[in-house]
Design a protein around this ligand. Structure first.
Ligand code: SF4
Length: 366
């Protein structure tokens, strides 16, 4: 008599601490807790490379809350990569103004033009192809390749570094530990859902494995996490101490014409805040000498210095600007390289946050 075949056994679950076990538990968590974001495809939908790319560029060094209105505005103004490529650069810079790190906006525009011109309006679908485009670094290329094209890529940013150094208790300090973290991350990427894995890691780092007081009790990796087992979560990642950046100082001159116009100019295309609008001023340096500040005034006028300087913090240094204000007649011509702009048209100017602060301080003092 034939022996009946045993009933099918359910597939064995991989052990929680193996790469596939970690992938399974993270994706199961993601399927329940994924964040709904305007640029994110819904389950079962195909991600749009333009939206993924735009959001990843905007999110560099900026919060999701800050990016959302800009993302919506960009999509309304430039619904696809060709529309963005064909837009005048002033329109792109104006739509970006306030989001900071303006070289990203210039690279964003250059990237759209390269995709339109060299790739027929279609984003390359590999990490290498994406990395060759302006403004796309290793992280962004991997994120787009994984999310938009399902490539098995390791998208490692600061959030992922934090999660992985804790999971594996990597004590080597950053930035030296980056290659190891990247290799550890790549080893975890499940071949069938690399895009979801990348987004799941982003969500885990942003909502559970936070820099302070991570919510380990809610974490899908709480059992295999080495840092948690040792009670050392907040000791990771280990970082090499950075030198403090000294304050730079300078002067900003707000000339107001009696008919309600303000004197502006455009910064050189390259360098910090390149291509953005500003009120005239001198250089910014640690050795700024207030006694000779008026030498940089754009025109002869009775300049009044505001009591309090305007402070702003850039990524690499804090800045303090002494603000000088003058009222000038409507007949005053604009000096070379400058232009008079009606105050009512300021919203259309690509003014960075620091310049908006300077102008607000000057107008408040009138
Ligand atoms: S258990 Fe805690 S420290 Fe470890 S990955 Fe999860 S949230 Fe981060």
């Amino acid at each position: 008599m034939a022996v009946p075949a045993p009933p099918d056994k359910p597939a064995a679950r991989p052990a929680p601490s193996t790469p596939s076990g970690l992938g399974v538990s993270l994706l199961a968590w993601y399927d329940r807790h994924r964040r709904a974001l305007p640029w994110r495809a819904l389950p079962g939908e195909t991600a749009d490379p333009y939206r993924v790319w735009l959001s990843e560029i905007m999110l560099q060094q900026t919060t999701i809350a800050a990016v959302k209105p800009y993302f919506e505005r960009f999509l309304a103004l430039f619904p696809d990569v060709r529309a963005l490529a064909e837009a005048p650069s002033e329109a792109v810079m104006s739509a970006w103004a306030g989001l900071g790190y303006y070289s990203r906006a210039r690279n964003l525009h250059a990237c759209a033009q390269a995709v339109a011109r060299e790739h027929g309006g279609i984003f390359p679908d590999t990490e290498d192809g994406l990395r060759a485009l302006p403004g796309i670094g290793a992280y962004t290329a991997a994120a787009i390749a994984a999310i938009a094209f399902g490539r098995p890529a390791a998208a490692v940013d600061g959030n992922v570094e934090r999660v992985l150094t804790r999971l594996r208790a990597i004590a080597d300090p950053l930035p030296g530990a980056k290659p190891r973290i990247r290799a550890e991350t790549l080893a975890l990427v499940p071949p069938d859902r690399p895009g979801d894995f990348a987004q799941a890691l982003m969500d885990l780092g942003a909502t559970i494995c936070t820099p302070r007081r991570p919510a380990c009790a809610l974490c899908p990796w709480r059992d295999p996490c080495a840092a948690r087992a040792a009670g050392m979560q907040e000791s990771y990642p280990v970082k090499t101490r950075k030198r403090e950046n000294p304050v730079r100082r300078g002067a900003a001159f707000v000339a107001l014409r009696r008919d309600g116009a303000i004197l502006l100019r455009t910064r050189p295309p390259k360098g910090l805040l390149g291509g953005m609008a500003e009120v005239p001023g001198g250089g910014w340096s640690e050795g700024f000498d207030p006694a000779s500040a008026l030498l940089d005034a754009p025109l002869d006028a009775r300049w009044k210095r505001l009591t309090a300087p305007v402070r702003h913090v850039f990524t690499h240094f804090p800045l303090e600007l002494a603000v000088y204000v003058a009222s000038v007649p409507r007949s005053e011509p604009a000096p070379e390289g400058c232009r008079w702009t009606p105050l009512s048209a300021l919203d259309g100017e690509p003014l960075p946050s620091v310049m908006r602060k300077v102008i607000a301080a000057a107008l408040e003092d009138r």
